[in-house]
Design a protein around this ligand. Structure first.
Ligand code: NAD
Ligand code: DAU
Length: 348
């Protein structure tokens, strides 16, 4: 492919995907389209911003006229779509913005892609990056498979489920070539500190309370973000048309156990006495509609495409902690201003 559009490339996962594509495919032009919301940050990409095959465009996927124009101008052969409102807690206070970006924004991209190539979709691909949250919640046992029924519980997951359905529907109705992947919880460098791991790292650094929702016995499956970017690269280039893949870390943790591990590792890194950070743990009011457990069966992508995580959780967590400790300017920049208002509303 000559030209690929990556949406949401200034965000957490998107920036790792942009870096991967720009460095792996020097003959391909990568256009990063991002609205630079609170979650988008061009400082995530300073190491590759001058690459000859990279261009950034600031724009909003909810603006259909703008999106159409962009496709007419660039004739993208492929799209890797990550732009989204991504935080469950924000979706509970402001569901409409999730419908706008995650549903309408996705449909706008699909329409422009379809209009451009409908006469001949040969060698074209729309890759939609989605989440395991579309499957709802598991009990104590079982795993999400690609065949698990959708059963979303939060406005965020409902909007992502809807966008997945639109992608499939465009495949069925218009023959639009697509791939969808549904991934578990990512962690790693450049993660905005509204999500559990970076929020708690930041709070431990500043000796602030660690707000554990409910009893802390909720379970998530964690994957190092670069391993997700590698999986997307592989599936984008190698998957069959209309394939769906679940991507996960084979790595389940109860929140409270994960938080205790983080506290222990941070105490060691910061030279604090063992047990210091654990004292910051504070149990707070639960998230409404909180999904008990997510766990991914990633055997399909493993068997068909040979993908598996390259780092263990302990290695990934150590890399992540080191990155935050070495990038205090990044952390200070993203936690000033509007972040303070968000934090007060959410936690105080
Ligand atoms: P993020 O919130 O860090 O980044 C989202 C990016 O999208 C930001 O750069 C933001 O500026 C941009 N954006 C938001 N609204 C936009 C709009 N209207 N127009 C253009 N750009 C817009 O998100 P993330 O955690 O990197 O997630 C990326 C994608 O991966 C999302 O689709 C999310 O649903 C999915 N996903 C995330 C995880 C995870 O653990 N974070 C796991 C599975 C799937
Ligand atoms: O599973 C994939 C999803 O993972 C992605 O689709 C989402 O974009 C991403 O945000 C993430 O969703 P979660 O809701 O699982 O992630 P979060 O980091 O917000 O929360 C992880 C767990 O920690 C969850 O059980 C809620 C809990 N939590 C979270 C925060 C922010 C707390 O106990 N306290 C907190 O302050």
């Amino acid at each position: 492919m000559k030209k690929i559009l990556i949406t949401g490339g200034a965000g957490f996962i998107g920036s790792h995907v942009v870096r991967r594509f720009v460095t792996q495919y020097p003959e391909t032009t990568i256009v990063n389209l991002d609205a630079l919301t609170y979650a988008g940050n061009l400082n995530n990409l300073t190491d590759i911003e001058d690459a000859a095959n990279y261009t950034f465009v600031k724009g909003d996927i909810t603006d259909s006229t703008f999106v159409n124009q962009l496709f007419k101008e660039h004739h993208f052969d492929g799209v890797v779509h990550l732009a989204a409102e991504s935080h469950v807690d924000r979706s509970i206070t402001d569901p409409v913005s999730f419908v706008m970006t995650n549903v309408i924004g996705t449909v706008n991209l699909l329409n422009s892609f379809k209009e451009l190539w409908k006469a001949d979709f040969t060698n074209k691909r729309f890759y939609h990056v989605s989440t395991d949250e579309v499957y709802g919640t598991l009990g104590e046992t079982g795993l999400f498979k690609e065949t698990t029924s959708y059963d979303p519980n939060s406005p965020y997951s409902a909007s992502k489920a809807s966008s997945d359905h639109f992608v499939r529907a465009y495949g069925e109705t218009y023959g639009l070539p697509y791939v969808i992947s549904n991934c578990s919880n990512n962690y790693g460098p450049h993660h905005f500190p509204e999500k559990l791991i970076p929020l708690f790292i930041n709070n431990i650094i500043h000796n602030k309370p660690l707000p554990v929702y409910g009893d802390g016995n909720y379970t998530r499956d964690w994957l190092y973000v670069i391993d997700h970017a590698i999986a997307i690269d592989l599936a984008f280039h190698k998957a069959e048309n209309a394939a769906t893949y679940n991507i996960g870390g084979f790595n389940e943790w109860k929140n409270i156990d994960l938080v205790k591990l983080l506290c222990k590792m941070m105490d060691e890194k910061l030279g604090r006495d063992a047990g210091t950070s654990e004292k910051l743990i504070t149990y707070v009011t639960d998230r409404p509609g909180h999904d008990l457990r997510y766990a991914i069966d990633a055997s399909k992508i493993n068997q068909e495409l040979g993908w598996k995580p390259t780092v263990t959780f302990e290695q990934g967590l150590e890399k992540t902690i080191d990155w935050y400790l070495n990038n205090d300017e990044w952390l200070e920049q993203v936690t000033s201003g509007a972040y303070q208002d968000y934090y007060k509303k959410q936690y105080e």
